[in-house]
Design a protein around this ligand. Sequence first.
Ligand SMILES: Cc1ncc(COP(=O)(O)O)c(C=O)c1O
Length: 449
Amino acid sequence: MKQKITTPIADFVKTYAESNTCRLHMPGHKGKTFLGCEAFDITEIHGGDSLYEADGIIAESERNATELFGTVRTLFSTEGSSQCIRAMLYLAMLRKKEGKRPVVVAARNVHKAFIYAATLLDFDVIWLWTGENAESLCSCYVSPATVEQVLKKNKDSVVAVYVTSPDYLGGQADIKELAEVCHRNGTILAVDNAHGAYLHFLESSQHPMDLGADICCDSAHKTLPVLTGGAYLHISKNAPKVFVEQAKYAMGLFGSTSPSYLIMTSLDLCNQYLADGYRERLQRTIDLKKICARQLEKAGWRVRKSDPLKLTIEIPSGVSNCELTEKLRKYDVECEYADPDFLVFMLTPENTEDDLQQIVLALGENQDSYQVKEQLPVARTTQMITIREAMFAAPEAVSVKQALGRICRVPTVSCPPAIPIAVPGELIDESILKLFEYYGIEEVDVVRL
Ligand SMILES: Cc1ncc(COP(=O)(O)O)c(C=O)c1O
């Protein structure tokens, strides 16, 4: 279905690029071709608009995005969900009570941007875990009942509940129930929806804004045809009024004063893309993925339940992820992510049917068995100092073998998925060491003694 939507940023940039104006302003390339896109790479010139004080073409394009996503307010980010995550948590901090240290209740599989936000904003975290064992560093299902218990015990200090959904493997949280629990207990639900911008356009929306969350970020660049860095901060009708009032300020606080016009133009064009038959193209891709998943299952691969645009394969026992990714490369296939347990492909309607068949061809018949895997330990250790104190402490790099009993200084992650095993300020104990080893971490940055 085609919906009429304007593209004010793209139109302005194109007209300027064609105008032969002497560019006696930034950027220094002056529109000459080095990479190829310079003619369209402008700054806040006359007639343009300024992202953090938008009242012209950028404001119009953001209004278009707001309408397309059905939110109260959608804002553009040119610095990814990372910028939006800091802004979301800054807004949550506006809810803190006088004299109380603010606390965010968070499912443990956060992206490291969350840890950086905790450093800048100096809040404490109550971590939520799935259970006593973990299936993967990437997933952390938390039950609404657990969240409710935590909220009842910490009423005065909690400023937000924060979950990552979809996660890197495509696992999805129960956003509807979590939102209800949050609202019933006087707090808000913030969602890292970096992997799920497209969820609003499904036949039945699975987007956090439609399921009751108050605020969320989407990395437009991860699942939509947007240049890397393009993202959205969405605010829902449930959210406190101050979120809408302070959202631009919050984004500006964590963003460059030179946001990329190329990225904003890309977000602007994406509005038109979403309005023009996207739902149908998305559904077709999902149908193709289902066919591909069935073919892989027939060939002996286990396909994990995931969000509709991810194809997540369980790696059989005794097979290394490097072996598999090398095998894929021989067929010119590059996946999104592989760890000792899972292989993740990310699809969009820009993938062709042939791309999907290439996965089937490259993986071929699985010759290996799936044995019951040893469960990973939950790295539930003691927070010795705050995240901020640790991040500002003097550094010392030690090998993993020497890290036992030391305090983690910076988030210890492999990227992707950029999910910390040890969080700054935590005591590194045996369970954390085991996870370091499992995920191939060799060196750790600890607080100097
Ligand atoms: C779950 C999750 N959240 C946040 C981010 C950060 O997003 P961005 O790269 O758009 O800043 C990522 C990036 O991979 C991610 O996987």
